[in-house]
Write a protein that binds this ligand. Structure first.
Ligand code: SF4
Length: 236
């Protein structure tokens, strides 16, 4: 499974599919080019929309939209984003913002928009049926009766899911991050360079690293973030 901002998919979707990627999550926080640019700071909406089309053409098993919703910024687009996903036969997950990295654009506590608020907005337009279906990730899914789409809610603040966490992340520098919300990590690049080709050593280090995997995050939107690493350095 790959999580991406979609901007390189017009170029790389085919190669990723050939390389064996089956499922792909694409971040899309707005369908308004101006708002999209403001929310992503650098993103171009048309590039991401072209990326979504390219992913569909490449024929991945599953494509899902991920949207981070902020109050008074894009919360008004929730029904449109679901409509966008439904028109393309995709699922969509709404994510409560995680306080990773120092930002100047907005006050995270002020912009916080909970999954329950998003769900209530959606129920003005659609019928949501809870489902036990899962993708192995933290989303709590609902079927949207009027469509073939499932909507998921990833709620690190309002419905903490750390106790069932099964995730570690490998950064592009070979750092194994044991928790998105903490800095606990193991330098796998160092291990591979020190013990080239030694799979047993690598397995041993991976197993041992689980001993330092934190129980969960300590996110607090009312204080300055403790994790200075931005989400785009972690990849989601
Ligand atoms: S333990 Fe860490 S990685 Fe796991 S769900 Fe909680 S914050 Fe995310």
């Amino acid at each position: 499974m790959l999580t991406t901002n979609g901007s390189q998919l017009p170029k790389l979707a085919g190669e990723l599919k050939d390389a064996g990627v089956k499922r792909i999550n694409i971040s899309l926080d707005s369908l308004d080019p101006v708002k999209f640019r403001r929310l992503t700071r650098v993103g171009e909406l048309d590039k991401v929309l072209a990326g979504i089309d390219a992913a569909q053409q490449a024929g991945f098993e599953k494509i899902k939209i991920n949207s981070v919703i902020l109050k008074n910024r894009n919360d008004d687009e929730v029904p449109d984003l679901v409509g966008f996903a439904a028109d393309r036969g995709m699922d969509i997950s709404f994510i409560e913002e995680m306080p990773l990295g120092v930002i100047g654009d907005h006050d995270r506590a002020e912009a916080y928009y909970s999954s329950d608020e998003i769900k209530a907005d959606l129920e003005q337009h659609y019928t949501l049926l809870p489902t036990t279906e899962t993708t192995g990730g933290p989303s709590r899914y609902y079927r949207i009766v009027e469509t073939d789409t499932r909507v998921g809610f990833i709620s690190p603040h309002s419905h903490n899911f750390c106790d069932s966490c099964n995730r570690v992340r490998l950064t592009c520098e070979g750092r194994l991050l044991l928790c998105l919300g903490q800095e606990h990590s193991v330098d796998l690049r160092q291990v591979i360079r020190t013990h080239p080709g030694d799979k047993d050593k690598l397995k041993q280090v991976l197993r041992a690293s689980m001993d330092i995997k934190p129980k969960g995050h300590e996110f607090d939107l009312s204080v300055k973030p403790v994790i200075f690493r931005h989400m785009n350095m972690t990849g989601g």
